[in-house]
Ligand binder design. Structure first.
Ligand code: GTP
Length: 362
């Protein structure tokens, strides 16, 4: 089976990280998010993959190229402006010649794709939608099914008294080429709002594939955090933290002062310098070429590449994108900093603050 991965959205909810970096390329444990996706597809013998790109397409193409480095065949379908989830797949119509897997490119899941493909074929479905359970169904679009998993109804953000299920659309579909013929060309069109309800109205064979396995979408900073926390703490079977042997994984050419305390679980990239009496607590990821200077404390945070932290700074539950500079004695809590942010000496960055790329906080 072929696959289309939707990787062209603006990723507005993940700003400021997605102002310079497409959502598909944000690092997860120092590896671009999409790389996990491609490896997972390969492990299910899906190796002919189209990436539907639009906003910030170049960093994706530059990194993945024709896919040969990952032993898959990658092609790109480009929308001048994003056409929506269904519009993007219509734009990739030339690639589709049989049942095809379609993915929202911001989902991390252990879903068994091989079993889902078998299930789609057994049901002779026109469309199969993977479902995942959620704890609080009121803020999602719910999917109601009968006892044979035929989809009966989509329920958008229901009131508590309307709730009949806790299963939501998991952003993974298998569709037959007939579905493509129902999508208008070069028009913004959504699967969730336009095409799926249309298929139900026309009484097509639309089935669900419910799966209770690890699932998260990284669309918001708290979810992006949660994915790191979950992977570092062994919640997904796609990543075994250094085979459970070590709680701190360090790259090459790092200089870590013997007095530095790193509790782990932590991942540290290449060429990092960790100074005297630095404390790195909890789930922490530090990219390559970072410097954490003497007496600084980093708690439960994600630092991308080339971040420089001066002495006596305190960083807690914060995401800091590439090339940012944190002045000495400053404190940052529950914030998200875009690329090239500069936090001056002794500054206090308040909880919830989003610092745009190239901003100086003084
Ligand atoms: P927000 O702006 O934060 O809602 O994020 P988003 O633009 O990524 O939208 P959403 O989270 O709904 O998208 C789900 C997946 O579909 C993501 O992987 C997006 O990259 C992708 N996607 C959304 N809209 C488009 C589009 O118009 N074209 C393409 N190619 N992909 C899209």
């Amino acid at each position: 089976m072929k696959a289309v991965i939707l990787s062209g959205g603006f990723g507005t909810r993940l700003r400021p990280l997605t102002i310079n970096t497409p959502k598909s390329m944000v690092p997860v444990l120092n590896i671009p998010f999409l790389e996990y996706f491609i490896k997972r597809l390969k492990s299910h013998k899906v190796s002919d993959i189209a990436l539907a790109v639009s906003y910030l397409a170049e960093p994706i193409k530059d990194y993945f190229g024709d896919g040969s480095r990952f032993d898959v065949k990658l092609s790109y379908t480009v929308e001048e402006t994003p056409l929506g989830t269904a519009g993007a797949v219509k734009n990739a119509g030339g690639f589709i010649d049989g049942p095809t897997l379609v993915f929202n490119g911001d989902i991390f899941t252990d879903l068994d794709l091989t079993a889902m493909m078998e299930n789609h074929n057994q049901n002779k479905a026109m469309l199969t939608i993977a479902l995942t359970p959620v704890e609080d169904p009121t803020s999602y679009g719910l999917v109601e099914t009968d006892n044979r998993n035929r989809i009966l109804r989509f329920l958008e953000k229901p009131n508590p008294d309307e709730i009949t299920t806790n299963m939501i659309n998991a952003g993974t579909y298998i569709l037959e080429p007939e579905v493509i013929s129902l999508i208008p060309s070069q028009t913004n069109c959504s699967f969730e709002r336009d095409i799926f309800p249309l298929l139900l109205r026309e009484k097509k064979d639309v089935f669900a594939y419910p799966a209770d396995c690890y699932w998260i979408d990284i669309g918001k900073p708290e979810n992006y955090f949660q994915l790191h926390y979950d992977l570092l703490n062994g919640k997904s079977n796609q990543y075994r933290f250094n085979n459970g042997k070590k709680k701190v994984v360090t790259g090459t050419h790092c200089i870590i002062h013997p007095s530095a305390q790193i509790t782990g679980p932590a991942v540290i990239g290449n060429n990092c310098v960790i100074g005297e009496d630095v404390k790195i607590n909890g789930s922490v990821v530090i990219g390559s070429n970072c410097q954490i200077s003497n007496n600084s404390v980093v708690d439960d945070s994600i630092l991308w590449n080339s971040v420089h932290v001066e002495p006596l700074a305190r960083i807690k539950h914060t995401i800091i994108a590439n090339n940012s500079h944190i002045g000495s004695g400053s404190t940052i809590e529950e914030a998200v900093l875009g690329n090239n942010a500069i936090i001056g000496y002794g500054q206090h960055v308040k909880a919830g603050r989003l610092v745009s790329p190239n901003t100086i906080v003084n």
